[in-house]
Design a protein around this ligand. Sequence first.
Ligand code: FAD
Ligand code: SF4
Length: 498
Amino acid sequence: MSLPTIWVFGDQLNREIGALATATPTTHQILMIESSAKISSRRWHVQRAHFIVASMRKFANELRDAGFQVDYRHAPSMSEGLRDHVAEFRPDEVLVTEPNSYASRMLVNKLNVRVVRSDQFLCHPSEYQAFLGSRKSIKMEDFYRWQRKRLVVLMNGDEPVGDRWNFDEENRQPPPKTGHDRWPQPHTYALDETDQAVVETVRGNCWGEFPIGQWATTRQGALERLAFFVEHVLPVFGEHEDAMLKSNWHLAHSLLSPYLNNGLLLPGEVVEAAESAFREGKVPLNSAEGFIRQIIGWREYIWNCYWQWMPDYAEMNALGATRELPPMFTDISKTKMACMTSVLTGVNSRAYSHHIERLMVLGNFALISGINPQQLTQWMWNSYVDAAEWVMVPNIIGMSQYADGGMLATKPYASGGAYIDRMSDHCKGCAYDRKKRTGSDACPFTVLYWDFFLRHQDRFVKNPRVARQVRAAQQLQDSDELQVTAVSILRKLDNGEL
Ligand code: FAD
Ligand code: SF4
């Protein structure tokens, strides 16, 4: 028998959480498993596969430098890795911090390991039950305010700092006409030997542009990005949070999601850095609040919805959307739509797009064209550097595809070309005309938006948040011609000719 083992998963790379928080080199040994079944299970974007695996290997090296004995195992599967570790090292027991995915929790429950409570998130699912209490309707805004009070973030006693909880109105401005270089460029990180070795390991089954150091793979790099964000970007985070520009892929977004999701950063330290900058007068309240809302509000809400509703939730398809993922998602040359081309090109180059591009371009398009939500989930899972099942499933099935019939969002996030034109610079120069809803150059967003509300009028006319749009669709003089145009657009979409 030897020291107890702590088995660390690839999205738990932090010394401060769960079982690792109290571990020392004299009390515990470490197990990490690089599973070839996982790496070859999908056609990953190469930057995503690289980010996950390189971060794991470097974290293992940091633990070794700190004196831990680390068994970093290449194994066909997680359970085989564990079995071989136990046979070789004979630990007293194996501890694992509650894993972050449903499948991994099911797996560890079947194995001979002791599961330790995770504090990687600020609101554990057991604490969320206190929020749910006997509430009949569950809203993110209520959860967010509950979190603000409970965690004492941006509070003056019982009241919110600035006497307001919400600055959404200030934070939803279209992109500015000029000054598109106002948002500082994120740094890139030099790739080292570990990075090169990882790319060689994963490249065989991957797609997308190779890493150029866009995404740091160490805690040091993640902390540098956090510091850069708070000092240079957070002051302007708020106002254009919902804007999109083809010439600028990051605007004032933090680019912190990969690190929050694999543990290199913890949500508490990110919130603390943002709040301190506000208290020191370096960041205006609308920006600090807008950012903190994303972390302690949306992110933690999504996390808890996942645990509340899995596993059936991932399979929901309330609108009966059956269209196969169209060719443009895997081959950008299959569309002339300027907005889709811009966002899909960004995914290919960086394995990233910001929230509004995910929700109001890719997600919106999938919703109104009836793409199967599970296929969209699989594609996003393969494609994004920050993808994880707990965050994708509620964001896709719930927020963006309304496939849960309204459990998470109170309305479908459907919009036409007018929204994209107002919030971006994509429409100028596009092959389609965002004002047209009939004819060969009619904007697919505009046509499919109206067609969506006609197709689903029975369901949505009863929803007070979108009933007005349904009635407007019903009153269109050219609705027959519009629906003929929609059929032709969907045929072209399926054939890769849109
Ligand atoms: P910022 O705009 O700087 O926001 C700050 C942080 O807030 C993010 O890093 C993230 O941790 C958190 N956050 C903001 N919105 C959300 C949200 N809706 N859900 C959870 N966290 C949020 N996020 C992922 O981390 N992984 C995904 O795979 C993912 N898939 C998504 C798919 C769709 C269809 C949609 C609509 C959203 C998805 N999101 C996902 C949420 C959000 O788009 C990303 O977290 C965000 O774009 C990451 O970029 P950022 O760090 O620059 O974010
Ligand atoms: Fe997208 Fe339509 Fe605008 Fe073209 S006109 S960029 S398809 S919204």
